[in-house]
Design a protein around this ligand. Structure first.
Ligand code: NAD
Ligand code: TYD
Length: 347
């Protein structure tokens, strides 16, 4: 395992994973292959742009010929697949792109791994494949009960990849991670959206009563877990990745306004997400048996994340304009959108 193709490596978790792996394994060649959708940003990879063991290719995982070329040109032996459409709310507005990338794209990668006999295909999946978990925790053998088009597409992609393992012996590993936070997260996801809105004294749109529970995992711990499964995981196996740090959305919203010295009145309840899963929670015994423990304490990771968005306004301010505004209006309605639009216009 020395030549890695990191698909979706210009997105949030992918870019953090690439930064981590390049430092951790200077002898590996890391090729990022990313379509650069609205969520993929070349500048997320600026910290490693000058490294001799790093290459960037703009490409779509649905394009079988371009995937094959990338693999053969760079003598790739391992694929780590982060590439996906990832936002639940967008999947409710427009499911089509989710089926294409999260299902058909995975099938293209599986075919390439099979035909070119690669050593490993690591697929990055999500806790959302299990569906809502009102009590207790899910283990890796529990049934899939996805509720959103995003979760259903991710579940379908995983099932297809597993079928390749069972039928053709594809050297597959899977990680199913919980809600991840940290630097470079696109500000449509709850934590960066709330932090950047609060910084501009804009409302924090809390869905429903905000009592939904999510486990909050720092992105560096997510990257370490994938590294561990890549090197010590068993082919044909999935591994849950979680932080055991459950927080409701309203708790997170309050922590954000407190940390930034803003009034709680900024937190505004808005229409709930359809089929909003009440809670996700995973059992991580299987990953712990490989030697994993999350290392980032929530208080520290959260404070560092707030600080990162305060210090990196040139990163997120351009994102929160243009197409983003059109999405924001569509998702949150004219009231919140007008506030966002008028503030952006003053910048
Ligand atoms: P992201 O939306 O920030 O990044 C996705 C990346 O994939 C972007 O760089 C985008 O340009 C790229 N991409 C999209 N379609 C592509 C295509 N057809 N071909 C090539 N590249 C394409 O997402 P993220 O939050 O970094 O998530 C990465 C992976 O981790 C996803 O598979 C997601 O399902 C999974 N995951 C995310 C979380 C989370 O909390 N963010 C939790 C668990 C699992
Ligand atoms: P999100 O960051 O979209 O991740 P996911 O849906 O993959 O878990 O949402 C996390 C939680 O925050 C989820 O319960 C929905 C909630 N949420 C809000 O309350 N308001 C928002 O504007 C967003 C984007 C999410």
């Amino acid at each position: 395992m020395h030549h890695l193709l990191v698909t979706g490596g210009a997105g949030f978790i992918g870019a953090n994973f690439v930064h981590y792996m390049i430092d951790q394994y200077p002898e590996y060649h890391i090729v990022v292959y990313d379509k650069l959708t609205y969520a993929g940003r070349r500048e997320n990879l600026d910290p490693v742009a000058d490294r001799p063991n790093y290459t960037f290719i703009q490409g779509d995982i649905c394009d079988a010929e371009q995937v094959r070329q990338a693999i053969t040109t760079h003598q790739i032996d391992t694929i780590v697949n982060f590439a996906a459409e990832t936002h639940v709310d967008r999947s409710i507005l427009d499911p089509d792109a989710f089926v294409k990338t999260d299902v058909l794209g995975v099938s293209v990668l599986c075919e390439a791994v099979r035909a070119l006999q690669l050593e490993r295909f690591h697929h990055v999946s999500t806790d959302e494949v299990y569906g809502p978990i009102p009590e207790g925790t899910c283990t890796e053998t529990d049934a899939f009960r996805p509720t959103s088009p995003y979760a259903a597409s991710k579940a379908s992609g995983e099932l297809l990849a597993l079928s390749y393992h069972i039928t053709y012996g594809l050297p597959l590993t899977i990680t199913r991670g919980v809600n991840t936070y940290g630097p470079y997260q696109y500000p449509e996801k709850v934590m960066p959206l709330f932090i950047t809105n609060a910084l501009d004294d804009l409302p924090l749109p809390l869905y429903g009563d905000g009592r939904q529970v999510r486990d909050r995992l720092h992105v560096l711990d997510h990257a370490r877990a994938i590294d561990l499964v890549l090197h010590r995981g068993q082919a044909g196996h999935a591994y849950n990745v979680a932080a055991d740090c459950e927080k409701t959305n309203i708790e997170v919203a309050r922590l954000i306004v407190q940390a930034l010295g803003k009034p709680e009145s900024l937190i505004q309840s808005v229409t709930d997400r359809p089929a909003h899963d009440i809670r996700y929670a995973l059992d991580t015994s299987k990953l712990q048996a490989l030697g994993w423990q999350p290392q980032v304490d929530f208080e520290q990771g959260f404070a560092a994340t707030i600080d990162w968005y305060c210090q990196h306004q040139p990163w997120w301010r351009p994102i929160k304009s243009g197409d983003y505004l059109a999405y924001y209006r569509r998702q949150y309605g004219e009231h919140l959108a007008t506030l966002l639009g008028s503030t952006s216009a003053q910048d």
